[in-house]
Design a protein around this ligand. Structure first.
Ligand code: F6R
Length: 241
């Protein structure tokens, strides 16, 4: 695991965007695993800027998003489908059929998750997966005490996650209690992984990731055994290392 401490959020975002850019330039058919939340926003802005300068082509790129809230349709403004459209997809030349985001309103969520896994396999696996980091150490929505060998499935959100994400909703009770999420095994099968974390509130989780043991109560800790992980953090997030 390579840990890169960046000057600030902007530098962290630029470096993450450059790693994705390099991947797509080397392999125009790259399969990207993508995250939502606050942390990757500037990374997406930077990617869109690079695209607008004419230096990136997404026409053969395929994407798979980590997760989606159960019960929110793609039209709901807090759905991750809406986030991805707003932050990235509506600005680039990606083919809509190459964008894969779990349907949180599926009436058959198990089938939805199994089909998602099948599509990842059909695409040849994820070349590079972007991850954020939960305050409780979650990656995707694999909350503390998740088993490491699980694939995409329906999960119950931890109270700490609901608390952290209520800022996007009118009130805490509006935050969905469940999500569909790639499993840790799905994430670990990605050929490369970039984890990004910014701000002092992530310092404890970053310190447990970098200095702690592998522990299912801190799901991100399993990344230590992946052969190609880059952890990009800003100074605040690195403050407890
Ligand atoms: C988002 C996701 C989550 C977030 C994490 C950090 O798709 O899977 O694991 O990456 O909760 O969220 P932010 O970046 O909002 O702090």
């Amino acid at each position: 695991m390579e840990v890169v401490i960046c000057k600030d959020y902007d530098e962290m975002s630029r470096r993450a965007a450059y790693l994705l850019t390099a991947e797509i330039v080397q392999n125009p058919k790259a399969v990207l695993g993508l995250a939502t939340g606050d942390t990757p926003k500037k990374m997406y802005e930077t990617l869109v800027d690079i695209y607008k300068k004419g230096d990136l082509d997404f026409s053969k790129v395929t994407t798979f998003n980590l997760d989606e809230y159960v019960g929110l349709s793609a039209e709901h403004e807090q759905s991750y489908a809406a986030y991805m459209k707003q932050m990235l997809m509506s600005h680039i030349n990606i083919k809509p059929e190459n964008v894969h985001i779990l349907n949180g309103c599926s009436e058959t969520p198990e089938e939805e998750c199994a089909l998602f896994e099948e599509k990842i396999v059909q695409a040849g696996g994820i070349d590079i997966q972007v991850l954020g980091l939960g305050h409780n150490g979650h990656i995707g929505f694999n909350e503390p005490d998740s088993q490491f060998e699980l694939k995409t499935r329906i999960v119950q959100l931890d109270d700490r996650t609901i608390e952290a994400n209520k800022r996007f909703f009118d009130k805490k009770s509006d935050v969905p209690t469940h999500a569909l999420s790639m499993g840790i095994q799905t994430i670990m099968e990605a050929k490369k992984i970039i984890l990004i974390a910014s701000g002092a509130s992530k310092a404890e989780a970053v310190s447990k990731l970098v200095n702690g043991n592998i522990d299912s109560m801190h799901p991100a800790s399993i990344l230590k055994v992946h052969k190609d992980v880059t952890v990009l953090i800003d100074k605040e997030a690195a403050s407890k290392l």
